[in-house]
Ligand binder design. Structure first.
Ligand SMILES: [Zn+2]
Length: 70
């Protein structure tokens, strides 16, 4: 079974019905609701490449967080 992690706090999440035919999930820790596509956005390859390139250029943590949120 695939585990789904909360995009806000990275805790385990559980299924919580559907919205627009998409499976929704609810975080057990912070009670936030989200859809799977959103949850995995931060882990897709493009974002990883972006983080890697930013890490090469700078060790500035806050700069990396700002880039992800855009
Ligand atoms: Zn959470």
């Amino acid at each position: 079974m695939k585990k789904v992690y909360c995009p806000a706090c990275n805790e385990n999440s559980v299924k919580s019905g559907f919205q627009n035919r998409k499976q929704r999930y609810k975080c057990k820790a912070c009670n936030k609701r989200f859809q799977l596509t959103y949850a995995y956005e931060a882990y897709n390859e493009n974002t990883n490449d972006l983080i890697k390139s930013l890490l090469k250029e700078s060790c500035n943590g806050p700069a990396i967080y700002i880039a992800i949120l855009k």
